[in-house]
Ligand binder design. Structure first.
Ligand SMILES: Nc1ncnc2c1ncn2[C@@H]1O[C@H](COP(=O)(O)OP(=O)(O)OP(=O)(O)O)[C@@H](O)[C@H]1O
Ligand SMILES: [Mg+2]
Length: 253
């Protein structure tokens, strides 16, 4: 995290990042979450022509592969609890938001909440092994609750074919974690059958987004495609599709 690579950087108790077309929406969302009592997202500290400012959330950051604490069951459970709380507050926050805000990702029907859009281990902060905060609202967009939840399960289980990290590389371990996530989140059993299909649709939407951005000249997504990131998602779509019945069974039995 440094100013030099154009990514977000820390300045005291603030994180600064470059303003984008969706920054007003993100700042309004963060403000509305606060109004509804949600304190686990960064505070919105405004923006000028160049920089957006949000509050710095203290804690450990990292990913499943490089941070053993991120892989613990306690962390997994606390992530599911926090997402549940976020969705509750986000549904309330939605009512206070002007419908004309732009978001980086397309809205999806039915609009029940503002999805975080990228609720993954690399976008939370940990304190004593517990997920205490959510960061990086750049992918936030209006949509259904299960749309956000399915992507979170994909990232936290993870339902991914090329996951080399200890305990996360077997399908059995992954569906066990997916089950824990949904149990703690409290998704009713009759809503679980659709999970594999929604994961697949969400990854297809991600692929479409990457390709559209690359075609529009985005250097970041052009590089992603060059580095084969699209193959990861295509492989994972096939992985989930082939095991769809087994996943549903594990989530509902
Ligand atoms: N509000 C915040 N509080 C604490 N740390 C933050 C905050 N925002 C960003 N960071 C730190 O900066 C890193 C990158 O921020 P962020 O995830 O928002 O950007 P990004 O463009 O998605 O970068 P990356 O692709 O590395 O995730 C985070 O992993 C985290 O360490
Ligand atoms: Mg991030």
């Amino acid at each position: 995290m440094s100013a030099a690579d154009d990514g977000p950087f820390r300045q005291g108790n603030l994180i600064l990042r470059r303003v984008r077309p969706w920054t007003p929406g993100v700042q309004a969302l963060l403000a509305s979450l606060r109004l509804h009592g949600f304190d686990a997202a960064p505070s919105p500290n405004g923006f000028d022509e160049t920089w957006e400012r949000v509050g710095y959330l203290p804690g450990v950051t990292g990913d499943l592969a490089d941070n053993a604490a991120m892989r613990s069951e306690q962390t997994l459970r606390s992530a599911a609890r926090l997402l549940r709380r976020y969705h509750h507050s986000s549904a309330l926050a939605l009512n206070g938001l002007n419908a004309t805000y732009l978001w980086q990702l397309p809205s999806r029907s039915p609009i029940e909440i503002i999805c975080h859009g990228d609720f993954a281990p690399y976008n939370v902060v940990l304190n004593d092994g517990v997920v205490t905060g959510i960061i990086d609202f750049e992918a936030a967009h209006p949509g259904p609750l299960v749309w956000d939840l399915a992507y979170a399960v994909y990232r936290w289980a993870p339902l991914s074919v090329n996951m080399a990290a200890e305990g996360l590389d077997s399908f059995a371990g992954q569906i066990r974690r997916a089950r824990i996530f949904l149990d703690v989140y409290g998704l009713p059993f009759d809503a679980r059958n659709q999970m594999p299909d929604v994961v697949i649709q969400r990854l297809e939407a991600l692929l479409a987004f990457m390709e559209r951005e690359a075609a529009r000249g985005s250097e970041r997504y052009r590089r992603n495609l060059q580095d084969g990131h699209d193959h990861i998602y295509r492989d994972d779509i096939a992985y989930v599709a082939e095991r769809s019945a087994e996943i549903v069974a594990a989530l509902t039995e």
